[in-house]
Design a protein around this ligand. Structure first.
Ligand code: APR
Length: 477
């Protein structure tokens, strides 16, 4: 069963209304996102308090960080002693006057947040585990939802208690972004504030749509990898450039966390968090996307890049506005497709060579690469997925992604992110396998043999192993 929910008011999509809760039903039904303005009896009054506070901020010409803090705590009194706003305060003091437009921006963000009942007047379904489903929102709706996240108006999510209602969901309120000052926080806040500056300004307000699709690969659709007859697809390898820049127009892989966005609202600043900071609309996925299971992925079509950046981790810097000129479809939706797939986090490096883990990663990549519902299937832009924070072996991950791409009949652009050695060794092994006409199934069997060899001798190198065994494999397998 597939659901496709379009939350914008467009007549052609009216047939989708059947997915909305029937009149009179409590909108805080468990299949839908709990909104700060949902109409259940006790929450109505919460929105009254929130909207009163936001109205008072929105009516001012300038608002200080202290005012923002005071408002947020007013309707979140429980967190008075837990939430810190020191990063927001320091940020405000730390930023050069020429870039400090925040005092006049805060009232605009508050005004945008207040529009929630008008802009998002239908319930947003949750993208639950175990089900493929799609949500389409306008960029304006997303900006309004994020303005609410900024002002921490969403009901608090208790992620540390496994039995709590939103235990399987990422957090959405921005409170964790406002505390624990660090240089990282400064650069993150610069990117976030720039986003709000653009979306609250009439002349730069975005006009398109963004679609969030959760794909769940059923067990019957999982390939039997050892019998796949496909030949390898074309592969372009480069050590220069980044997925999100040079990979424009391709399916761009987000090296994701199973809780989408990972540490974007905390202090994380790796590939996924950076992607979410330069495309802040991706953050809204945290509102409704339950933790990804092994056979699931999230594909986001149409998000806009607002910022440029340089660096990675501690060296990350916001580098100014970005004009996103991506091509659009008939709904003014950018054709940009971002694929969030979470690799396994290997605390013990040897674990990744276990056959069941190789299968898990193959199916995860394939779930994302295979495409859905007749969507266009551009080539894939990826790289060392799972090989940074998650400790994966770049050689193994490159071959796994190559196999999944071949099965999905898509080309692959592989960005080694400055790793010259990987670029050359992967190029070499690819040419060898291509010349030998190796199929996905044969390569899979080689990986299984390698898995056993690696467990006998942990020093065996995957590419060396393939070089030695490729001829035999074709005649024996
Ligand atoms: N383009 C191409 N390659 C990149 C880019 C980029 N923009 N950014 C980073 N890389 C390369 C780097 O070499 C990096 O070490 O990809 C490697 C892996 O990146 P990680 O972000 O560490 O990915 P992963 O190991 O999958 O860790 C995922 O980190 O960001 C969090 O939320 C995410 O928890 C998840 C975890």
């Amino acid at each position: 069963t597939r659901r496709h929910t379009v939350l914008i008011d467009v007549d052609t999509f009216n047939s989708q209304r059947k997915f909305l809760p029937t009149k009179g039903r409590d909108l805080w039904h468990s299949d839908f996102v709990k909104m700060p303005c949902s109409q259940s009896a006790n929450q109505k009054s919460k929105w009254d308090v929130i909207s009163k506070k936001l109205k008072s901020l929105a009516s001012k010409k300038t608002v200080s960080v202290k005012d923002v803090e005071e408002a947020i705590i007013k309707y979140n009194p429980k967190y008075k002693d837990q939430w810190s706003f020191d990063a927001l305060h320091t940020f405000n003091k730390n930023i050069p006057d020429t870039e400090n437009y925040f005092k006049t921006l805060f009232p605009k963000i508050a005004a945008l947040a207040l529009k929630l009942p008008d802009f998002v007047n239908k319930a947003i379904p949750l993208l639950r585990k175990g089900q493929s489903a799609t949500i389409t929102l306008s960029q304006v709706q997303i900006s309004c939802l994020l303005a609410n996240a900024f002002f921490c108006t969403f009901p608090h999510r208790n992620t540390s208690n496994p039995t709590a209602e939103y235990a399987g969901y990422p957090t959405i309120n921005f409170n964790s972004l406002f505390g624990n000052w660090s240089e990282r926080k400064r650069e993150k806040l610069r990117a976030i504030m720039h986003y709000f500056k653009e979306v609250t300004d009439e002349s730069t307000r975005p006009k398109g749509l963004v679609t969030f699709h959760r794909e769940c690969l059923s067990y019957t659709d999982m390939p039997t990898w050892e019998s796949c007859k496909e030949n390898l697809s074309k592969l372009h390898i480069t050590s220069e450039g980044q997925i999100e820049l040079e990979g424009k127009g391709m399916l761009q892989v987000d090296f994701a966390n199973s809780l989408i966005g990972g540490g974007v609202l905390g202090s994380g600043l790796l590939q996924e968090e950076i992607l979410f900071l330069i495309n802040p609309e991706l953050i809204v996925a945290r509102l409704f996307t339950e933790k990804l299971e092994d056979n699931e992925c999230l594909i986001i079509t149409g998000s806009q890049q607002f910022s440029s950046y340089s660096g990675f981790g501690d060296s990350f810097e916001w580098a100014g506005p970005y004009e996103d000129q991506s091509e659009r479809d008939q709904w003014a939706r950018r054709k940009t497709q971002i694929l969030a797939i979470d690799a396994m986090n290997f605390r013990h490096c040897m674990d990744q060579y276990k056959r069941r883990h190789i299968n898990r990663e193959l199916n995860k990549a394939y779930c994302g690469f295979k495409g859905y519902d007749g969507h266009e299937k551009p080539d894939i832009a990826t790289g060392k997925w799972g090989c940074g924070a998650f400790n994966g072996d770049p050689q193994l991950k490159a071959l796994i992604q190559l196999m999944a791409a071949a099965k999905a009949k898509r080309g692959l652009a592989f960005f080694t992110f400055g790793d010259e050695y990987l670029k050359q060794s992967l190029q070499h092994i690819y040419e060898l396998m291509f010349t030998e006409g190796i199929t996905v199934g044969t390569l899979y069997k080689l990986l299984c043999e390698f898995s056993s060899a690696k467990h006998r001798d942990s020093d065996v190198d995957l590419f060396d192993f393939i070089k030695k065994n490729i001829r035999n494999s074709k005649s024996h397998l």
